[in-house]
Design a protein around this ligand. Structure first.
Ligand SMILES: Nc1ncnc2c1ncn2[C@@H]1O[C@H](COP(=O)(O)OP(=O)(O)OP(=O)(O)O)[C@@H](O)[C@H]1O
Ligand SMILES: [Mg+2]
Length: 230
């Protein structure tokens, strides 16, 4: 079992926080000493607070989310506006401290994997630096074959280990034919296991969902054991 996982996505607002929180709640419920991290936030610190709540940890927000940028922009751009340098070694130090403290650490990325953190340093480089396998969250419906295939190809180009893909329906539209056919097509295209398809659930779309509900709901829809955890 890897000692952590990096939750990335095919884009922003795709469900990374909800799935990362779901995994944290599920691991916690099964008795694992699990920690969470959102290395960089841009705009607000809602993701870090959601993860802290889901994992029920008592870490200071600053050690879950060491870099908080004020503007909701790509980190390199938000940092430039603030005239600020993102402390990459500091992120790694914070992460290694969490790894010491917890048996398993779940790290949520920012946007997708090609998002710039500095002009010549992308999210994919951060994943590489932290030496974590990735879980890709993709949208469940139409358009996801292209986004998922591109994300997988890019990750592989950088030698990342892809543990699995979760398809998530983050909007309340009815599931269509694309959603029904996507899991098989994605596995054929990428050769990576689709470990779950998560339906839209109104009770997830809240600031602090009940961790027990979060765990049960995700366990029902995601086969975590395919990642070699749970
Ligand atoms: N399966 C779902 N059912 C209902 N609502 C969902 C579901 N998945 C995600 N959402 C909602 O959709 C929105 C986006 O999800 P989330 O915040 O997890 O995305 P994200 O990829 O982490 O976004 P960001 O790039 O901003 O970090 C949130 O309001 C969340 O509550
Ligand atoms: Mg998020």
């Amino acid at each position: 079992m890897a000692h952590g996982i990096f939750i990335t996505g095919t884009g922003t607002e795709i469900g990374k926080t909800v799935i990362a929180g779901g995994l944290a709640a599920a691991l916690k419920q099964s008795g694992t000493n699990v920690g969470v991290m959102k290395p960089i936030s841009a705009g607000d610190t809602a993701d870090a607070q959601f993860l802290k709540h889901a994992a029920q940890v008592d870490d200071e927000l600053s050690s879950i989310n060491p870099i908080h940028l004020r503007q909701p922009l790509a980190p390199s751009v938000a940092a430039r506006i603030e005239n600020r340098e993102i402390d990459l070694p500091g992120i790694e130090t914070t992460f290694r401290a969490l790894q010491e403290k917890y048996d398993f650490v779940i790290v949520e990325g920012v946007g997708g994997i090609a998002v710039p953190i500095q002009d010549d340093y992308l999210v994919v480089h951060l994943i590489h630096q932290l030496r974590l396998p990735i879980l890709i969250v993709a949208q469940a419906g139409l358009g996801t074959l292209n986004h998922t295939f591109l994300t997988v190809a890019f990750a592989q180009q950088f030698g990342l280990q892809i543990a699995g893909i979760v398809l998530n329906r983050h909007t309340p539209e009815a599931a269509g034919l694309a959603e029904a056919t996507n899991p098989v097509e994605i596995e054929k295209l990428t050769n990576i296991p689709v470990i779950g398809v998560v339906p839209y659930e109104k009770r997830l779309d809240t600031v602090y969902p009940d961790p027990a509900f979060l765990a049960d709901f995700m366990n029902q829809h995601i086969a975590w054991r395919k990642l070699g955890i749970l």
